[in-house]
Design a protein around this ligand. Structure first.
Ligand code: ADP
Length: 213
């Protein structure tokens, strides 16, 4: 099973990806997490990517495509994987089509107002990468592993506005791209996280049944 999760920033891709990867035993490939790990380890790639990420711009296609290509060649991807945050441009989608045959593209659709409100409250675990909404007065502690949460530098209002603009300009056209190829399933991301998960599992179960028949 090779699956792509599409959707605007803060639509819940990371949260849903964790749940999908666990239920279907797929490798979870988050290009955002991979880039943040490169930055933390101060690698050449991380140093080059940091400025793009911090202001909410896209990292150049060649850098990302090379990173994904070597990642999906790893052993844990043999039984299938889930791409979260890639592809984000038509050039990336075309590069990916040269690498693999995708089974399904799940688009988590969500209104910009909901996204802006969510991003103001979300925090991330530096240890296990879990993303969590932290309301005012709550302790910023990871519900999964207990580590202290941090706010991503690109989760500020200016960078978020820019990320949304970049999404509508560069990534949104991929919905049409995958629709034309008969691969798109749209999910209402404005529901609660559990309802979104339920709808996604129903889509994946349907694809599995078709694949196994
Ligand atoms: P979000 O939670 O906003 O969806 P991610 O964690 O997926 O964000 O990505 C954070 C940042 O990393 C992006 O704003 C971008 O700068 C960079 N990035 C991640 N994936 C890609 C990609 N496929 N192409 C270009 N840049 C990327």
């Amino acid at each position: 099973m090779k699956l792509i999760l599409l959707g605007p920033p803060a639509a819940g891709k990371g949260t849903q990806a964790e749940r999908i990867a666990e239920k279907y035993a797929l490798a979870h490939i988050s290009t955002g997490d991979m880039l943040r790990a490169e930055i933390a380890s101060e690698t050449e790639l991380g140093l080059q990517a940091k400025a793009f990420i911090d202001d909410g711009s896209l990292v150049p296609d060649e850098m990302i495509c090379a990173m994904v290509k070597s990642r999906i060649a790893q052993d844990d991807c043999k039984n299938g994987f889930l791409l979260d945050g890639f592809p984000r441009t038509t050039a990336q989608a075309e590069a990916l089509a040269e690498m693999i045959d995708t089974d399904i593209v799940i688009d988590i659709d969500c209104e910009p107002e909901i996204l802006v409100a969510r991003v103001a409250k979300r925090m991330v675990c530096p240890e296990c990468k879990h993303t969590q909404i932290v309301n005012e007065g709550e302790n910023p502690v990871c519900a999964k592993c207990g580590a202290e949460l941090y706010r991503r530098p690109d989760d500020n209002p200016d960078a978020m506005r820019h990320r949304l603009a970049v999404y509508y300009e560069s990534t949104f056209p991929l919905i049409q791209y995958y629709k034309q190829r008969g691969l798109l399933a749209a999910i209402n991301g404005g529901q609660g996280f559990d309802e979104v998960t339920r709808d996604i599992f129903a889509v994946i179960d349907g694809v599995m049944t078709l694949k196994n028949s």
